[in-house]
Design a protein around this ligand. Structure first.
Ligand SMILES: [Zn+2]
Ligand SMILES: [Zn+2]
Length: 47
C-alpha cells in the first residue's frame, strides 16, 4: 500500500519537501526553497 503524504498546506499535491521549521510535508508550490520552510512559516520568518 502506497503511503504518499499529501501537502499539509494545500492538501492537493503530494508532499515532496518538509518544512524545516514546523516539519510539515509540503508540495513544491507550498515550499520556499531559499528558506526551506513552508509558505505558512515563511510569513513568520524575518529576513
Ligand atoms: Zn501544497
Ligand atoms: Zn512550516
Amino acid at each position: 500500500m502506497e503511503r504518499l503524504e499529501k501537502c499539509q498546506i494545500c492538501g492537493l499535491k503530494i508532499a515532496v519537501n518538509s518544512c524545516k521549521k514546523c516539519g510539515k510535508g509540503v508540495c513544491e508550490n507550498c515550499f520556499h526553497k531559499a528558506y526551506n520552510v513552508c509558505l505558512a512559516c515563511l510569513k513568520t520568518v524575518n529576513r
